[in-house]
Design a binder for this molecule. Structure first.
Ligand SMILES: [Zn+2]
Length: 234
């Protein structure tokens, strides 16, 4: 068994106290008991639900029938441990099947619903840390599924949408959009956001580069005539 005898300062001794509330999650109503004070301090959603007068605050029960109990369990773990239990046993870098990104995306979406900014910040930090510090690539297929999920479940301007677009601008390959379209995961809004980000990058680069664009230097790339023959239109 793993030893967890890590010592911390005595001043760090803090045990959640107070009353529990019951949260029933998913269609099968999986039950979680969480300290009310701890939950309300982190989540604006639960704070509002438990405000005086509401049915939930009288019965001390909150129902989340449409949410996934496995995803919610990870949120409860984070509430108490301040850690994200998302790592997979096989999470090789540059490997097509990289499920941790999707798990983190699901957690972010839950964080939006529960209005827990600190949790969402931890999730986006986990994604950037995984991508940049630990060198875990996101393959074209993963990004396709991630974009479809996130653009269906978040609103315009959401931090995780911006992060996904920035990741694509940084390292996506030119043939990826066609693959996403083939896979039927391409969403219009993702494509628009990605186009805007790429154009902004080009505009920023053009401010520094004074040379004329390629199409002004060589119109022949649009002509129809035998390859290798001299262009007669110059
Ligand atoms: Zn030509």
């Amino acid at each position: 068994m793993r030893s967890r005898a890590e010592r911390v300062k005595r001043t760090e001794l803090e045990i959640p106290t107070g009353r529990f509330i019951e949260i029933r999650v998913g269609p099968s109503c999986r039950v979680f008991h969480v300290h009310e004070h701890t939950l309300r301090a982190s989540s604006t959603f639960f704070d509002a639900a438990m405000s005086n007068g509401w049915k939930e605050s009288r019965e001390r029960v909150v129902n989340l029938p449409k949410d996934d109990p496995d995803v919610f369990a990870k949120y409860v773990f984070w509430i108490y441990r301040n850690q994200l239990a998302t790592r997979t046993t096989y999470d090789n870098w540059d490997y097509e099947d990289n499920p941790e990104y999707m798990t983190l995306a699901e957690l972010f979406v839950l964080g939006e619903k529960l209005q827990d900014a600190s949790f969402k910040n931890d999730v986006v930090d986990a994604i950037t840390k995984k991508r940049w510090l630990e060198g875990h690539q996101i393959c074209w297929a993963s990004i396709g599924f991630l974009s479809r999920y996130l653009y269906k479940n978040t609103v315009s301007g959401s931090a995780i949408r911006r992060l996904l677009v920035d990741v694509c601008v940084e390292f996506a390959e030119p043939d990826w959009p066609a693959k996403w379209a083939e896979q039927k995961v391409m969403t219009k809004d993702f494509l628009i956001d990605l186009s805007i980000a790429l154009l902004r990058q080009r505009v920023a680069a053009a401010d520094e580069d004074v040379s004329p664009p390629g199409f002004l230097c060589n119109n022949c790339i649009y002509h129809e005539h035998e390859k290798g023959t001299d262009c007669t239109r110059r």
